[in-house]
Design a protein around this ligand. Structure first.
Ligand SMILES: C[S@@+](CC[C@H](N)C(=O)[O-])C[C@H]1O[C@@H](n2cnc3c(N)ncnc32)[C@H](O)[C@@H]1O
Length: 218
């Protein structure tokens, strides 16, 4: 199976218990999370935001609290079904089943974009084309935020492929999956974003094990 499809299938298999397993502890008092929530609330206040790989909608909800609208997308209908149910009180959120690498069906009028815990799953060879497609959906001056992990806590089975991608072995439903887990350094991120972005700001959240990068589209 191709690495990109394997990531999609792995999360499809996890969708049922995903929110309970990965998203409920984040709503505690950890300072990192309150900082990230404030960052999101301020960054996207009044914006029309496109979200990539929304999963069960953990970040979607935070964005929707201050944004004018959110179009939350994910390749897995299984994830979107749960997100729709959890966020049914929000009239400013729409959901669409879309592959992050093929955003043709998405309009190009957004003033903000977010991805959470998605960057690590992008193959190195696809990063520029993914960013080009994402940025083409945004108006000049739009604000973008990517949040992802500082390290993979389960790294004992990591391997490197010939393109320099880190591949982690994960098991779900007694099937083994080869999951892309690329963790960029601050320097790498800034080099990747430099051609398209200005005001690039990278932050580390050591307690929650996350990084964030914000920038504006030129
Ligand atoms: C680690 S989860 C993150 C979910 C959510 N953003 C969060 O932080 O809880 C990765 C998400 O990427 C989605 N995904 C996997 N492959 C994708 C693709 N090609 N296009 C869009 N979404 C994809 C999965 O369905 C899953 O919801």
């Amino acid at each position: 199976m191709h690495l990109i499809e394997e990531v999609a299938e792995y999360y499809d298999s996890l969708a049922h218990g995903y929110h309970q397993r990965f998203c409920t502890d984040c709503d505690n008092d950890v300072k990192d999370f309150s900082e990230i929530r404030s960052l999101i609330s301020n960054l996207f206040a009044g914006c029309n935001v496109l979200e990539i790989a929304c999963g069960t909608g953990y970040w979607t909800k935070i964005v929707a609290n201050t944004a004018e609208s959110v179009l939350a997308t994910d390749v897995n209908g299984s994830m979107l079904t749960i997100a729709r149910k959890l966020l049914s009180d929000y009239s400013n959120i729409e959901f669409e089943e879309v592959d992050a690498y093929f955003l043709e069906s998405i309009p190009n009028h957004f003033s903000g974009a977010i991805s959470g815990l998605w960057w690590c799953h992008i193959p190195k060879a696809k990063i520029h084309s993914f960013l080009n497609i994402l940025h083409s959906k945004l108006r000049p001056g739009s604000r973008v935020l990517h949040i992802c992990q500082l390290e993979d806590l389960d790294s004992k089975n990591h391997t490197l492929d010939s393109d320099g991608n880190t591949i982690a072995l994960r098991k779900s439903d007694s099937q083994l999956y080869h999951i892309l887990k690329n963790i960029p350094s601050e320097q790498e991120l800034k080099e990747i974003l430099a051609p398209a972005a200005r005001d690039i700001q990278y932050l580390r959240y050591p307690v929650s094990g996350l990084w964030s990068v914000t920038y504006s589209i030129q």
